[in-house]
Design a protein around this ligand. Structure first.
Ligand code: CP3
Length: 343
C-alpha cells in the first residue's frame, strides 16, 4: 500500500475515516509473555533497546497478535541522554536512574558528538522494521519532548513533584534553556535519522507536561515542540507529527493551536465533547481510553470504547489509550479491544 493510503497517515492528514485507525502506547511490553521471554534473552532493558534483532522482534509481537494499524519503534525516551553521554541505568522495580545534572556547569559533560554512533542500533531497528512490516501498517518513530526528558536528566529518576527540575527551570530559566536547546537539537537530529531510516510518522511524548504552570508550559513544552516540528519539516516536508502533552487539561487547546503538530494525543481525563468541539477542528485527535479499563476489560471497557468512538469518530481521529498499557493487562482484553476497533 502507498504511504498516503495508510490509515494512520490519512487520519493525520485530516481525513475522517469510516473506521478510525488504532494503536496503543506501550503496545510492546511486559503484559505480553513473548516480550518477557525476549527481554530475558536480551539481558538488560537497555541491551534490548540497542539490539536491532530483538528490538525488531518485540516491536512486531503486538502487530502479529492484534493487528494494530501502526507499529511503534521499540526504544525509550532516555536513549537521547544516554547518547549525549549521561550515565543511565534501568533498575528492576525502580525504573530509570541517571547521574543527575544540577546546573549549567553540568552541561559541559554532555555532547552531541557521540549521539548518532551510540544510538545507531535504533536507526538499524527502524530500517529493519520498515522492511518487515505488513504493507498497510504505519511505522511510528518517537522521542521524548525536551521538558519530559529534562525532568529525568535533572531529577536523576522519575519524580512525583518535580521539585528539583522546577527549582532550576523557574529559578534560572536562561541556564535551563540551554539544556532545552541542546535537547531540541539532539531530538531533531535523532528523529531526522529515524525518518531517513523509514519512520513514517513521529510522536513526541511529553509525559510530565501537566506538572507545569501555564507560562512554563508555553515556554518549556509548546515552544520547544514547535521548534522541533519546524526543523523536522524543513528536512521532511509533510511529515505527520503527533504530540502528547499529558494531563494539561484546557491547555490542550493552546498546544493544538501553537505546537504545529498534525495530531494531539489526549490523556483519559479530557472530556470528549470538549475535545470534539475545541480540538478536532484544529488537529487530529488521538486517545484516550484509560489503560485501567483495559485491565478490567468486559462491559466497562466496551462501553467506554464505544463512547469514545461515537464522540470522536465523526472527525479526524486515531483510537489509542490515554497513556501506556500497564504490565498487569490481560492480553485477551487487548485482543477483544482490537476486535471491536476493527469492526
Ligand atoms: O510504546 C511502545 O510500545 C514503544 C516503546 C516505549 C517504551 N518507553 C518502552 C519501555 C516508549 C514509546 C516509551 C516511552 C517512554 N519511556 C516514556 C513516555 C511515555 C510514558 O510512558 O509516559 C517515558 C516517561 C519513558 C521512561 C521510562 N522507561 C520509564 C519511566 C520506565 C520505567 C517504568 C516502567 O514501565 O518500567 C521505562 C522503561 C520501559 N520503557 C519499559 C518499556 C517496555 C519497561 C522496561 C522493562 O521491560 O523492563
Amino acid at each position: 500500500m502507498r504511504y498516503e493510503e495508510k490509515l494512520l497517515v490519512r487520519a493525520l492528514n485530516g481525513e475522517t475515516l469510516p473506521r478510525p485507525p488504532f494503536w496503543m502506547m506501550r503496545q510492546a511490553g511486559r503484559y505480553l509473555p513473548e516480550y518477557r521471554a525476549t527481554r530475558q534473552n536480551a539481558g538488560s532493558f537497555l541491551e534490548l533497546c540497542y539490539n536491532p534483532d530483538l528490538a525488531t522482534e518485540v516491536t512486531l509481537q503486538p502487530i502479529r497478535r492484534f493487528g494494530m494499524d501502526a507499529a511503534i519503534l521499540f526504544a525509550d525516551i532516555l536513549l537521547i541522554p544516554d547518547g549525549l553521554g549521561q550515565a543511565l541505568d534501568y533498575r528492576e522495580g525502580e525504573g530509570p536512574i541517571l547521574e543527575p545534572l544540577r546546573g549549567v556547569a553540568d552541561l559541559s559533560g554532555l555532547s552531541l558528538e557521540g549521539l548518532h554512533e551510540r544510538v545507531a542500533p535504533v536507526y538499524e531497528t527502524v530500517s529493519r522494521l520498515a522492511a518487515a512490516l505488513p504493507g498497510d501498517v504505519t511505522l511510528i518513530g518517537f522521542a521524548g519532548a525536551p521538558w519530559t526528558v529534562a525532568t529525568y536528566m535533572v531529577e536523576g529518576r522519575g519524580s512525583r513533584d518535580h521539585a528539583i527540575v522546577k527549582q532550576w527551570a523557574y529559578g534560572d530559566p536562561d541556564g535551563f534553556g540551554q539544556l532545552i536547546d541542546l535537547l531540541v537539537t539532539a531530538t531533531v537530529a535523532y528523529l531526522d535519522k529515524q525518518v531517513e531510516a523509514g519512520a513514517e510518522v513521529v510522536q513526541l511524548f511529553d509525559t510530565w507536561a501537566g506538572a507545569l504552570s501555564e507560562t512554563a508550559f508555553q515556554r518549556w513544552c509548546v515552544e520547544p515542540v514547535h521548534r522541533i516540528v519546524q526543523q523536522l519539516r524543513q528536512k521532511h516536508p509533510g511529515l505527520p507529527i503527533i504530540g502528547f502533552p499529558r494531563s494539561v487539561g484546557a491547555a490542550y487547546g493552546l498546544f493544538a493551536s501553537a505546537a504545529g503538530v498534525n495530531g494531539v494525543s489526549l490523556d483519559w481525563t479530557v472530556p470528549l465533547d470538549w475535545a470534539r468541539d475545541e480540538l478536532q477542528p484544529k488537529v487530529t485527535v488521538q486517545g484516550n481510553l484509560d489503560p485501567r479499563l483495559l485491565v478490567v476489560g468486559g462491559a466497562a471497557m466496551e462501553a467506554e470504547t464505544h463512547r469514545i468512538l461515537e464522540t470522536l469518530g465523526e472527525g479526524p481521529f486515531i483510537f489509542n489509550l490515554g497513556h501506556g498499557i500497564v504490565p498487569e493487562t490481560p492480553p485477551e482484553n487487548v485482543g477483544r479491544l482490537a476486535e471491536i476497533l476493527r469492526g
